[in-house]
Write a protein that binds this ligand. Structure first.
Ligand code: SF4
Length: 227
């Protein structure tokens, strides 16, 4: 379901060297999400209201032209917003590269962004195996992820797939199964596994997890990098 709100952005991170590979960028954090991931460490963004309008964000971005390479659209889940496409068009007109962080739940929105050549890089979150998808995300949107990945692959768009790992939710065999499915799907990039960082309160009130380690990457069919 798409939503329209007058202040859709929760906050702006004005500068990052980490979130857009090889580029300087800012991050626009969209409020609200259609999932409730147990390990989500942004409950204030997922459950909170936005504080910044698109016009206010564009005013900020106009002051960053020639100072930043790109804009990361993150959240929350930005593809829920029905004005996203026209907003992204305005950002492109300013000359920025655009990276979209998404849970992959809106292939219809992704398709339009791709057709309009509005996005340059996509980071897609693969949340879980089909069996664990609902218990981890409280959503039934797993199939949409694969539709999104197919669109991105067909468009030959730069992309990465990543998974957050918490040992109470996923096991190493789950990660292996997910990487197997990605391999069968034709995914040819690195599979990034982000170890849960238990520094903040999470939606599922999780405690610190035992990290996934590189010596556990045994019999994985595709390259795995641990973050
Ligand atoms: S981690 Fe899950 S709940 Fe949190 S913003 Fe991403 S998709 Fe939404």
């Amino acid at each position: 379901m798409s939503v329209e709100i007058s202040k859709p952005i929760y906050s702006i991170t004005p500068f990052t060297l980490l979130d857009y590979p090889n580029y300087t960028a800012c991050i626009l954090w969209f409020a609200g999400c259609n999932m409730k991931c147990q390990y989500c460490y942004n409950p204030e963004i997922v459950n909170g209201d936005g504080k910044i309008s698109f016009d206010e964000a564009l005013t900020f971005l106009k002051k960053r032209v020639n100072l930043l390479d790109g804009v990361v659209i993150s959240g929350g889940e930005a593809t829920r917003n029905k004005e996203l496409i026209s907003f992204v068009e305005k950002i492109k007109e300013l000359g920025f590269l655009i990276k979209l962080d998404t849970n992959g739940s809106a292939p219809n929105v992704l398709k339009r962004l791709i057709e309009k050549r509005h996005i340059d890089y996509v980071a897609l979150d693969l949340k879980a195996t089909p069996e664990k998808f609902y218990s981890i995300t409280e959503s039934k949107l797993e199939r949409k992820f694969w539709e999104s990945l197919q669109l991105i692959q067909e468009a030959k768009l730069l992309h990465e797939v990543r998974t957050t790992f918490h040992r109470d939710l996923l096991c190493v065999d789950d990660l292996r199964d997910m990487s197997q499915k990605l391999d069968e799907f034709g995914y040819q990039n690195t599979f990034y596994v982000q170890n849960f960082r238990g520094e903040k309160e999470t939606i599922g009130q999780l405690n610190r997890s035992i990290s996934f380690k590189s010596d556990e990457v045994v019999d994985f069919p595709i390259p795995v990098e641990i973050r």
